[in-house]
Design a protein around this ligand. Structure first.
Ligand SMILES: Nc1ncnc2c1ncn2[C@@H]1O[C@H](COP(=O)(O)OP(=O)(O)OP(=O)(O)O)[C@@H](O)[C@H]1O
Ligand SMILES: [Mg+2]
Length: 290
């Protein structure tokens, strides 16, 4: 079993912006979902875990080693798929993987070749191994990203918004791939797609303004909202009035009628009861006043 403990971690950027504020997390094998809106601090947290940013305070312990002091230790066991991969050099998929494998310390030539061929099969790119990566579609680039992240048999894999920009079919394929590899390793998935976390993750956290607002098992967090979520179609002119009296967690157009969904411990007159979803957990967490 692999364990990653993040302890009272803070990160302030050189311009003074505090992107991570006193975060603590304990993550074990399986898939961990990190949800949060744009600017929440997800990428900052991931960059700090992988050693690209040095925290201002706190530490990160991976399998017993303090990797804030010893970043090479996590790098040796890490697969990272960053949010922005940047520019691809004009070399074939195979050659690029070969290059990355060398950097990751897979020094035996035959072993390297076997690993690359297996990974290209796994991510469905074997037929494209001689094509240059910059000519790939978005989905193919993401699958290539997974292949490079998996080189060197990592124990911890970090993927930052991997399905952004993928069509539904590619997204399903990509998620199935992540699910497949998460059995014996830690996979941390950062996303703002609540549905992906619901489908894939056994543990999750919601982050905003550099803080963890809630964490736990998605199913258990949903159960806590049982009999507390209510909806009602309203006239859009009444919205202001409802905002004053109810804890509105979302507004939705259903067949052109505006429905509001509220959090309430007691039955609010005139509303209908709604089966809670992870989406409600997410929006309720984000709309709660600190
Ligand atoms: N290098 C930097 N210097 C200063 N501030 C930064 C830097 N990188 C990010 N930030 C700021 O830190 C905050 C968190 O950014 P971060 O990229 O971690 O958010 P995110 O949750 O990954 O957002 P997104 O969903 O848009 O990717 C934002 O306010 C951002 O503007
Ligand atoms: Mg980000």
């Amino acid at each position: 079993m692999n364990t990653l403990s993040v302890n009272q971690l803070s990160l302030t950027y050189p311009n003074g912006h505090q992107a991570i504020q006193n975060i603590s997390l304990e993550i074990k094998n399986g898939m961990f979902g990190l949800l949060g809106p744009n600017g929440a601090g997800k990428s900052s947290l991931m960059k700090t875990i992988v050693g690209l940013r040095k925290p201002t305070s706190g530490n990160i312990i991976f399998n017993g080693t303090d990797v804030t002091q010893n970043p090479d230790y996590i790098k040796k066991h890490l697969g990272f798929l960053p949010q922005d991969f940047g520019v691809y050099p004009r070399v074939s998929a195979y050659d690029l993987l070969e290059h990355i494998a060398v950097l990751k310390g897979v020094s035996d030539k035959n072993q390297r070749k076997n690993q690359i061929i297996n990974l290209l099969e796994k991510v469905n790119l074997a037929d494209f191994r001689n094509k240059e990566v910059h000519t790939f579609s978005g989905g193919m680039k993401q699958r290539f990203g997974v292949a490079q992240a998996l080189l060197g048999a990592p124990k911890i894999i970090i993927v930052d918004e991997p399905t952004a920009g993928l069509d539904p079919e590619e997204r399903n394929r990509f998620n199935a791939l992540l699910n497949d590899i998460s059995r014996d390793v830690i996979v941390i998935l950062s996303t703002h797609l609540v549905e992906d976390v619901r489908n894939l993750c056994s543990e999750m956290a919601v982050m905003n303004h550099g803080k963890i607002l809630i964490q736990g098992n998605p199913g258990a967090l949903i159960t806590e909202l049982e009999n507390k979520i209510w909806s009602k179609p309203i006239d859009k002119n009444e919205l202001k009035q409802y905002t004053l009296h109810y804890d509105i967690i979302s507004q939705q157009l259903i067949e052109r009628a505006l429905h509001i969904t509220v959090f309430s411990q007691e039955y609010p007159k005139g509303f209908y009861s709604v089966q809670p979803l992870l989406e409600h957990v997410y929006f309720h967490t984000l709309t709660q006043k600190p």
